[in-house]
Design a protein around this ligand. Structure first.
Ligand code: NAD
Ligand code: ZN
Length: 361
């Protein structure tokens, strides 16, 4: 198998970066449309120091789910308005919808995350759901986004929980990368991990541990600091490049298993991934010092370290076993871990991770 890595063509980040969007769109095509999440439309676009109409940029509000129905609606708008550049502005679902719609229409796509909650912005894949929010499939685009533009003043203005959730998603990157390297498993772009992918994953982890808490505190005050800038880059760029070009393993598979339990639906992607990291450490016989460092980090920034913190205080043994079984379905990335991974071993790791989390409280 070949080594493989993928990247967006351009990445811009900083306070006030949004004012660059019209020029960025103009460089990519003649007619742009922003697909904005409802909050992005009311909080971000309305308050930006840009006259979108004067710039000739259309605005459309995202209808809430990355599903075929919404994709059909956006496709019709692209066709009718002769759009050549689509901007996805909002959280992971709006971004994923814009990436798929642009890929299908073979037009340029610019991603403008308004929260640093996931590593979706830079990737060349998107997660498709039914209109009722049930996971359908992962859709791979022909290429990664043409540009990713992150206005850190916008991110700092959003609730801190989103930034912390993004740290949970980013926390998985280094551990999953190491697992893929250990077992020469395929990464998320269909190849083997490059040295670049692995180094980026490590930088992501080191940045989280060094600057995560200071960034959380800055976000609580809604101010942009160098620490916040570093964490936004870790959550969006380093985590995104890392997971695609190094690979996924236990943490994301356990996240997928947890989504089978309705009690977890109120929790964000990165919050469930964080618990997946803790359980993954128990599954892979991680060194005690690493386990301690990760729990300490999660406790400091406010990521879940117990099942109760994911709404599962009263989860039945059968329900937890169902989540563990789902995490071990043949197509799941948990099989990138060393050895033979079974639902029984995974359930034991989840129970142990929860008990360790409780014992530290
Ligand atoms: N494609 C990938 O590589 C990838 C990677 C990770 C996650 N994902 C996907 O991302 C999705 C999860 O994304 P998410 O956690 O961002 O959830 P989300 O997209 O549902 O957004 C969460 C909420 O944040 C609101 N919001 C957006 N900007 C805001 C702002 N500035 N202030 C206040 N609120 C704001 C949105 O309106 C929404 O209600 C899932 O569908 C997941 O599958 C994709
Ligand atoms: Zn993720």
């Amino acid at each position: 198998m070949l080594k493989k890595a993928v990247f967006p063509s351009k990445y811009l980040q900083g306070a006030g970066a949004l004012t660059e969007l019209p020029a960025l769109c103009a460089a990519l095509g003649s007619r742009a449309m922003i697909l904005a999440s409802p909050t992005a439309a009311s909080q971000v676009l309305a308050k930006a120091r840009v006259d979108w109409a004067a710039e000739g940029i259309a605005i459309e509000v995202f209808q809430g789910e990355c599903c075929e129905e919404e994709l059909a609606r956006v496709a019709e708008l692209i066709k009718r308005k002769k759009i050549t550049v689509l901007v996805g502005m909002g959280g992971g679902k709006t971004i994923d919808t814009a990436k798929i719609a642009a890929d299908r229409a073979r037009i340029a796509v610019v991603v403008v995350p308004t929260i640093a909650s996931t590593d979706a912005p830079t990737s060349g894949c998107a997660v498709l759901y039914s209109k009722d929010g049930i996971f359908d499939k992962v859709f791979y685009q022909r290429s990664n986004p043409d540009a990713v533009l992150v206005d850190t003043a916008v991110i700092a203005a959003a609730p801190t929980r989103f930034l912390v959730s993004g740290m949970g998603d980013a926390l998985a990157t280094w551990f999953e990368a190491q697992s893929c390297v250990r077992t020469t498993s395929v990464n998320e772009c269909g190849g083997l991990c490059t040295a670049a992918g692995l180094s980026i994953a490590r930088l992501c982890y080191d940045t989280l541990l060094s600057y995560g808490d200071a960034a959380r505190i800055a976000n609580d005050q809604h101010v942009v600091t160098p620490a916040l800038e570093r964490i936004v880059e870790a959550n969006i760029l380093l985590s995104g490049l890392g997971f695609e070009s190094a690979g996924l393993a236990a943490a994301h598979a356990i996240h997928n298993g947890l989504t089978a339990l309705p009690e977890t639906h109120a929790f964000y992607h990165g919050e469930k991934v964080a618990f997946g990291v803790l359980a993954g450490l128990q599954l892979s016989d991680a060194a005690p010092a690493d386990v301690d460092a990760v729990y300490t980090f999660c406790e400091k920034v406010g990521l879940p370290t117990t099942l109760a913190a994911l709404g599962l205080a009263k989860v039945s043994p059968q329900a937890l076993a169902k989540a563990a079984a789902m995490a071990c379905a043949p197509e799941q990335s948990i099989h990138h871990e060393a050895g033979t991974i079974t639902p029984e071993k995974t359930l034991a790791a989840m129970i142990a991770a929860d008990a360790i989390g409780r014992s530290r409280q």
